[in-house]
Design a protein. Structure first.
Length: 29
């Protein structure tokens, strides 16, 4: 199995949060 490094996990996590915030922001408009 491919194991993500802590750096990659942090990057993916930040990207996921930003994506959700962007979607939530569009719905609030």
């Amino acid at each position: 199995m491919y194991s993500l490094t802590s750096a990659n996990k942090y990057y993916l996590y930040q990207g996921f949060i930003r994506m959700n915030l962007g979607i939530n922001g569009l719905y609030k408009l």
